[in-house]
Structures are given as C-alpha cells and as structure tokens.
Design a protein around this ligand. Structure first.
Ligand SMILES: NC(=O)c1ccc[n+]([C@@H]2O[C@H](COP(=O)([O-])OP(=O)(O)OC[C@H]3O[C@@H](n4cnc5c(N)ncnc54)[C@H](OP(=O)(O)O)[C@@H]3O)[C@@H](O)[C@H]2O)c1
Length: 244
C-alpha cells in the first residue's frame, strides 16, 4: 500500500514504543491519530512533533480496558481525521506473574487491554475499511511464541494476539493485511534504567536493544509490502533463539 497521505490510528502513542511508531508513520507522510489513556500532556507533545513533520495529527483519549471504548475511538478518529486505513495496536500492560501468583485482576487486565481491545479495534476497523486497502500491525513480543516462566497473563495475551493476527489475515484477505511485530527489548520497563536494559540484552545474540530506526523500517516493510500477511516478524536481535 502506498502509505503517504493515509490516516493511521496508533494506540498507546503518547509515550515510549507507541510514540516511536507514531513518529515513524509521520516521517512516512501518514496522518496520525495519537491514542492515549492517561498521558494527556505526552500525547499532546507527540501530536506537536507530528505536526512539525508536516502531517495532520490529533490526540484521542480512551480507556481500552472498556469494551465500548474501541468502536467509539474508531468513530472519533473517523469524524475528526478521516477513515484510518492503518491500525497499529501497541497499547499494552506488562506485569509479571507465574501460574501460582497470577491474580484474577492481573489476568483480566492483560486480556482486556492486550487482546480484547486489539480484537475490538480490528473488528471496527474492518467494518470501516470494507474491501480495503487496509493494514493492521499488532505489536506483540517474542515471548508470545517462546514462553518462559514469569509473565503468564502477558504472554498468553500476546500469544492470543498472534492467533488473532493469523485468523484476521485469513478472513480479511485480500483487501486488508494483518501482521504482527514481535519485539525484543526496545526500552527498559517503566521504572528501570538503561543499565538494566544493557544487562538484559547481554543474554540475546545481538547483545543490544532494538533501535528506533529499526522499529521504523520494520513497520514500513509491513505497511508497504502487500504480499505479507499473517506474518509474525521477530524484531528482537535474536532473543527468541535463546529463550529460557
Ligand atoms: N518496551 C519494550 O522494550 C517492549 C518489548 C517487547 C514488546 N513491547 C510491546 O510494545 C508495545 C509498547 O510497549 P511500551 O513498553 O511502550 O509499553 P508501555 O510503556 O507499558 O505503554 C503502554 C501504553 O499502553 C497505554 N495504556 C495503559 N493503560 C491503558 C488503558 N487502560 N487503555 C488504553 N491504553 C492504555 C499507555 O497509555 P498512557 O501512557 O496514556 O497511559 C501506554 O502508552 C506493547 O505492546 C509491548 O508489549 C515492548
């Protein structure tokens, strides 16, 4: 798909990885709906930066743990910016927990935000985009296909997102391509510093974190190449090869 001039919705785009993805789209000439939940000022800063890149951008607030929020968000974006033909599901929660430790609340929050919200957004998106063209990129994690011990609800939710990606790719072809980007460490978890990230990535074959420009080029590839659908692209410097 020729993406320049299209409209994208990026969830969780105020800060961190979502922000990087939104700015990457802006650099491709895509107009961006910047979704946020709590980070109002950061969302506005992302919008300002996108506008400086010469594209249209607007911030949209939604608590995506609420099922009614997803179709409403798509409606709001359509009303204010136009019909999005690109959907990037990045908003997520990432909390530890083993089988024994995971509480019902921890489980429900991961499923609601990391899996149900992308499903409801994708469903509303498919209705709006119809026969296409359209692109969905679901941000998942290498752990989704190589599970370990510590992030039970997170890993199950991201594995579900991979299956959702594959089933949606099949059903929505040929007009809409649906792919997943399985990330390794890009940034330290909130509250941890760069030294923590450095230690973490020493265990991966690449021995380094994923760079913003690498994230941008992977996103561009998934958006521009119409022959790729139902794919899980590992952008993790090989982390999945040495899991466990
Ligand atoms: N960081 C990494 O190195 C890494 C590694 C592997 C995979 N990933 C994946 O990449 C994506 C982004 O990661 P990240 O580290 O940037 O995540 P993050 O810092 O935890 O941010 C997640 C986003 O989710 C949004 N959010 C939180 N609660 C929400 C709610 N109730 N409704 C709607 N949105 C809500 C937040 O919006 P507000 O800020 O407005 O609250 C935030 O922008 C995630 O899917 C994650 O699994 C990241």
């Amino acid at each position: 798909m020729k993406v320049k001039g299209e409209i994208a919705l990026v969830t969780g785009a105020a800060r961190r990885v979502g922000r990087m993805l939104a700015l990457a789209l802006g650099r491709m000439g895509v107009h961006v709906a910047v979704h946020y939940a709590h980070a109002h000022d950061a969302a506005q800063a992302t919008v300002d930066e996108l506008q400086r890149l010469g594209v249209r951008a607007m911030a949209f607030q939604a608590d995506l743990t609420r099922p009614e929020a997803a179709p409403r968000l798509l409606d709001d974006v359509e009303r204010h910016l136009g019909t999005p033909r690109i959907l990037v599901n990045s908003a997520a929660v990432f909390e530890p927990g083993t089988v024994r430790e995971t509480t019902l609340e921890n489980w429900e929050t991961h499923m609601a935000l990391n899996l149900r919200a992308p499903f409801l957004l994708l469903q509303a998106f498919a209705r709006k985009v119809g026969a296409g063209p359209g692109k969905v990129v679901n941000i998942t994690d290498w752990r989704a296909l190589y599970p370990g011990r510590r992030y039970l609800a997170y890993t199950v939710s991201k594995a579900g997102l991979v299956t959702l990606t594959q089933m949606a790719a099949l059903e929505l072809a040929p007009g809409i391509q649906v792919n997943a980007l399985a990330l390794g460490a890009v940034l330290p978890p909130p509250g941890k510093d760069a030294a923590y990230l450095d230690r973490l990535v020493q265990r991966t074959p690449g021995r380094r974190a994923i760079r913003e420009e690498e994230l941008a080029s992977a996103l561009r590839f998934l958006l521009e190449n119409d022959a790729v659908t139902g794919e899980v692209l590992f952008l993790d410097a090989g982390a999945h090869l040495v899991h466990g």
